[in-house]
Design a protein around this ligand. Sequence first.
Ligand SMILES: Nc1ncnc2c1ncn2[C@@H]1O[C@H](COP(=O)(O)OP(=O)(O)O)[C@@H](O)[C@H]1O
Ligand SMILES: [Mg+2]
Length: 299
Amino acid sequence: MTTVPRKAALTPEVIQLDAPSLSQLVDEIAADGHGLVMLMGKGGVGKTTLAAAVAVQLAHRGLSVHLTTSDPAAHLVETLHGTLEHLTVSRIDPHEVTERYRAQVLESKGATLDAQGRALLEEDLRSPCTEEIAVFQAFSRVIREAGKKFVVMDTAPTGHTLLLLDATGAYHRDIARQMEGANLHFTTPMMQLQDPTQTKVLLVTLAETTPVLEAANLQADLRRAGIEPWAWIINNSVAAASLTAPVTSPLLRQRAHNELREIESVATRHARRYALVPLLQDEPVGVDRLLQLAANGAT
Ligand SMILES: Nc1ncnc2c1ncn2[C@@H]1O[C@H](COP(=O)(O)OP(=O)(O)O)[C@@H](O)[C@H]1O
Ligand SMILES: [Mg+2]
């Protein structure tokens, strides 16, 4: 009935790919000797995994690294804990730091207020922004360390990250206003995030249409905040995986083939630099498997 060459359509030609690996990106990061590395992107794209992978690879090169996360699902942190020289791991519990921040503000600002003022302040502190500010305050302490070692930061999903940037921007304007005319030198966390010599933002995405668009939108938001993402990481690539372990399932072969267009678009249109990370068969947990993410078979 049909003359369409179905078999040919379902089994595309051999994948040709020459994309940079995560290990090549880490080489460039390592060359700076210290700095803040922030992983950003939608939930589920692999931020936590790749933050751990970058940290492990830096530590593997003999560099001091602090890996920190505010992700409540911090199983990786536990897997890594104490397993590698040069690597320290910390976890910021959003709930805990928020409670501490609330108590602090009520004690300081609240002390001079009457009952009505206190009630208003308490309501203010119940807004979702409070958590972002509190988490950011906790992060700021860690950021300061990035002047002498590497700090790799696993951020919460995109929406939260933007709130966090808002909080950071508001804080920056506040400080700038207070410092006006005082002729004092000051650095806010926002200035640190905007300074490419101090901070590298790595945007994590997948080689699929919607995730690439979402990452491009996040990149636009970051640029509006004066932050230029340093690189993109395309995670979970079947095309990259197929270079080392041949893919036989027609479905996966098709997926690998479809990825090529997205990889091309990231490489040529969106990213200043990028890396391609293969989809691993086993969940990349633990130092050994995290190191496997470094190579992509293309190089
Ligand atoms: N390259 C990969 N190959 C296989 N599984 C992966 C890969 N990257 C991430 N994963 C798995 O995908 C899930 C989501 O990753 P995670 O790092 O928690 O994402 P995020 O922090 O962005 O929400 C986890 O179970 C993780 O182990
Ligand atoms: Mg995560």
